[in-house]
Design a binder for this molecule. Structure first.
Ligand code: PLP
Length: 356
């Protein structure tokens, strides 16, 4: 179905668009959505752009009961010159189908996935905001849509894409976060769903995150599910730490989501000649480094916030301030470089952007 044309039906009564300065994260959606359907005997069929509207689902729909689903998250940016760029869409296409395989969801033609994003963004291109720090968030989703309560992979699916003009993910912007290291809840275990971008991981994470927020923290730092000792992810972002002259991030060993921003940051730092290690690191090593004064910077990476510096880590009642609670030089350089490429103010020497 790679060659299938995407049918476009435009809405006539356009919604009102918010001003760039009023944009929050994920509250407003554009005029159109992309939809394709899957049935066992037909494969994926009828790819189309249509007016944004609620889905009508039978109460027995499989996804509502057993969570068989996947999602992605990437952004389109409007440069100063008006050019609209997607950032590393190919990487997101690959991860989309990796998650699909893990969730026993049928693969989607990579060319169709990419065209679903570029076509929809093109139809709603007036919705790509222009102010620095704003972008158009692209949320592709697949749900098991078969009405059936037995437990097995569904035979029907809906793939849809919605768009949301967004401002900064954290209202405080690049302000460093306060993170609680938790050892009584876990996010993922090896062999589970940790490396799949699927709703179940998020459902599993909410309780601990809420508890931490009530205690005044921004997010939690997850430790591994077996030893409760190895650093894994922070909230729903990847984590990086600079200890002495080494930058460390946990390896992709089954429990961690392979972030595109993680890969971007690692690629840049290696090019800058930094010593970068993808290796297991215990929370004890982090605490010891903080006590010795060698823990220089800690930051999270993800599409939503790009780089989010960590200003404080709390573990077993002890509070460790990182870099005086300020954003560090390396976090800032990564942020400026990635954002510069995304908005076209720095040259894209890696072929990371795709113009729409
Ligand atoms: C999406 C996600 C990330 C970040 O991935 P990016 O591709 O950088 O946006 C990290 N961890 C989890 C659990 C995620 O779902």
């Amino acid at each position: 179905m790679s060659s299938d044309a995407i049918r476009v039906t435009k809405r006539t009564n356009k919604k009102e668009r918010p001003k760039d300065k009023d944009l929050a994260f994920g509250t407003v959606f554009t005029d159109h959505m992309f939809v394709a359907d899957f049935q066992e005997e037909k494969g994926w069929y009828d790819p189309r752009v249509e007016p944004y509207a609620p889905l009508s689902l039978d109460p027995a729909t499989a996804v509502l009961h057993y969570g068989q689903s996947l999602f992605e998250g990437l952004k389109a940016f409007r440069g100063k010159d008006g050019t609209i760029r997607l950032f590393r869409p190919q990487k997101h296409v690959e991860r989309f189908n990796r998650t699909a395989a893990r969730m026993t969801i049928p693969q989607v033609d990579p060319d169709l996935i990419l065209r679903s994003w570029t076509t929809l963004v093109d139809v709603d291109r007036a919705w790509v905001p222009a102010a620095v720090g704003t972008s158009l968030y692209i949320r592709p989703t697949i749900i098991a849509s078969e009405p059936f309560l037995g437990v097995r992979p569904a035979k029907e699916y809906i793939y849809y894409v919605i768009l949301s003009p967004v401002g900064p993910y954290y209202p405080e912007g690049l302000a460093p976060t306060k993170i609680k290291v938790i050892d009584n809840y876990v996010r993922a275990v090896a062999g589970g769903l940790g490396e799949a971008k699927t709703s179940a991981n998020y459902a599993a994470s909410l309780y601990a995150a809420e508890e931490a927020k009530h205690e005044g923290f921004t997010q939690v730092l997850w430790l591994d599910g077996v030893h409760h000792k190895y650093v894994e992810e922070v909230g729903t972002s990847n984590i990086m730490l600079q200890i002495g002259d080494e930058v460390i991030t946990p390896p992709l060993a089954g429990t961690i989501l392979a972030g595109v921003t993680r890969d971007t940051a690692l690629t840049l730092m290696r090019e800058w000649g930094l010593r970068v290690s993808e290796r297991a690191i215990t929370i004890d090593e982090v605490i010891a480094a903080a006590h010795k004064g060698t823990l220089k910077e800690v930051w999270a990476t993800g599409t939503a916030a790009v780089i989010s510096p960590v200003g404080e880590l709390a573990y077993k009642g002890e509070r460790l301030v990182v870099n005086g609670g300020r954003i560090g030089a390396l976090s800032q350089k990564l942020y400026d470089t990635i954002v510069g490429i995304q908005y076209g103010t720095l040259p894209d020497t890696h072929g990371w952007t795709l113009t729409v």
